[in-house]
Unconditional design. Structure first.
Length: 502
């Protein structure tokens, strides 16, 4: 079983979607229970990675390799390092919560909704496991289909516009990635990522490939200026779609940089790191100000995600500046580690924030901040969770939101104090837009009579918000297990940054 554990993790939710679909609309409870059991089984299988994985070894482990398309030299190649394991655990954890969160909320064809969620979960795990570039690309593209369906079928009034914009942006970026992969294949005659990492490339070749990958992964993160699809997708998506999109799908952009830009085109990545650092700082500062003026809660948290993901790309590329500029490997490792912790933390915090907004929307059917006020008077337990997640979103020490951002700021300071200054500025802006939203939603007198009729969270919502709260506090108070899990893999990545191909 453990020889094919990664395949099990990928295909269990995908194949598990079949009996969910077969349950049909006539047996919605059967579909819900089957999907929950599949999600729990996938999570348990992901926990089996931990005893099988040697955290002291930074190389890919639990390898699977089978010939897929022999004429092209394409293999079904899977393997994980510490970063992959952490992201897989995040994916399976969130997978259970989105199923539970949608239990009573999705009344229209719940079997199709649950099946789409399970397929999406399996494809995202596939991205984190793939060691063959073409297999990575297949999973990378296939994710668009279930998310397109989730937004397009169960989304809001402008769901068709949002789905088309989401698809066009992400597919546009992927085309550049495909062209880059074809070029690499013609040079190396293989799609194996390890072989591509050792392929000698001139600076001109690296530059073209770097920008091809940059466009593809920048759209996924998303980075400024290709971020405008995200707020629309979030606003129109059902709550579960927003949670998965923010908690896991955005991380695939950052993960792509680690697997393609860093090892395959290291010299170009070093030469143009300033481009990514500059765009990351724009995301951190400018997008924070855009979030400050939003009146739709989902749109505010969506812009917040762009700002927080700016820390991920900043941490990754500040490491280049530190390794090649000052040869400060410890600081580079700190920055890279901070980026990885921020990815996991943002998964918990953003997923929790969108879940909270979903709880309010289920009761009042509006996301406009002005329609609320005084919510804590009738929903005290909800108010407790909402304030906790808002503090984490603001980077409060003791929550997961602080750990990764602090590491990235500390590493940035050793590269350039001005970069650290602008990066740290997000803590002020983040607190401003998040707490301003909390003030208007939770506090004050009740002015809307419909708010007075709102009921506090039920058992199902308690489970979802409680699980997110436990994760946010556990990572904030004791981040060492996560850092240890990824430490050797991060160290190996930082070492690779110093490799030259020219």
């Amino acid at each position: 079983m453990f020889n094919h554990l990664l395949s099990l993790l990928i295909w269990l939710p995908i194949l598990g979607a079949i009996p969910v679909l077969l349950a049909g609309s006539g047996r919605p409870n059967a579909a819900r229970w089957i999907s929950l059991l599949v999600a729990i089984a996938t999570f348990v299988a992901s926990l089996c990675l931990l005893p099988q994985f040697n955290a002291a070894d930074g190389a890919k482990q639990l390898l699977e390799n089978h010939v897929w398309i022999s004429s092209l030299g394409v293999n079904y190649g899977l393997g994980v390092d510490g970063i992959s394991v952490a992201l897989i655990l995040l994916t399976t954890f969130v997978g259970i919560l989105v199923i539970v969160g949608a239990w009573e909320v999705i009344q229209t064809n719940p079997h199709q909704y649950m099946a789409a969620m399970l397929v999406l979960e399996g494809l995202m795990i596939g991205v984190f496991c793939a060691t063959d570039a073409l297999l990575f690309y297949v999973f990378f593209e296939a994710m668009l289909i279930p998310m397109f369906i989730l937004i397009g079928v169960w989304g809001g009034p402008r769901r068709v516009y949002a789905t088309l914009k989401f698809f066009i942006y992400t597919f546009f970026g992927s085309i550049f990635m495909l062209v880059g992969l074809i070029y690499l294949y013609l040079q190396a005659h293989t799609f194996d990522l390890a072989a591509l990492a050792s392929l000698p490339l001139s600076m001109k070749e690296q530059t073209w490939l770097f920008f091809a990958f940059l466009i593809a992964f920048a759209v996924k993160v998303p980075m400024v200026p290709v971020h405008t699809w995200l707020p629309d997708a979030h606003v129109e998506a059902p709550t579960g779609g927003s949670v998965v999109l923010a908690a896991v799908m955005l991380k695939i952009g950052g993960y792509g940089f680690l697997r393609f830009s860093l090892p395959i085109v290291p010299d170009a990545a070093d030469a143009y790191a300033w481009v990514v650092i500059g765009l990351s700082l724009v995301a951190v500062v400018y997008i924070g100000y855009i979030a400050l003026v939003q009146e739709d809660m989902k749109k505010l948290v969506a812009y917040s995600s762009v700002a927080h993901m700016g820390f991920v790309t900043l941490g990754i590329f500040i490491a280049f500046m530190l390794v090649r500029g000052t040869n400060n490997l410890d600081a580079a490792k700190l920055g890279m580690q901070g980026a990885m912790v921020q990815m996991i933390s943002h998964g918990f915090v953003s997923g929790a924030m969108f879940s909270c907004i979903g709880v309010m929307y289920d009761r009042l059917h509006t996301r406009q901040i002005k329609d609320y006020g005084g919510v804590i008077n009738v929903m005290p337990w909800f108010g407790f969770f909402y304030v906790l997640f808002a503090m984490a979103n603001s980077g409060l020490p003791g929550t997961s939101g602080f750990v990764g951002e602090f590491q990235v700021i500390l590493a940035s300071f050793q590269a350039n104090p001005w970069i650290a200054f602008f990066a740290a500025f997000t803590l002020i802006i983040g607190a401003a837009y998040t707490l301003y939203m909390v003030k208007r939603v939770l506090w004050g007198d009740i002015t809307n009579p419909h708010v007075a009729e709102m009921k506090d969270i039920n058992g199902r919502e308690w489970f979802v918000l409680g699980a997110f709260a436990a994760a946010v506090l556990a990572l904030g108070i004791w981040p060492q297990p996560l850092i240890h899990l990824m430490d050797a893999s991060v160290s190996q990545l930082v070492t690779q940054l110093g490799n030259h191909k020219i």
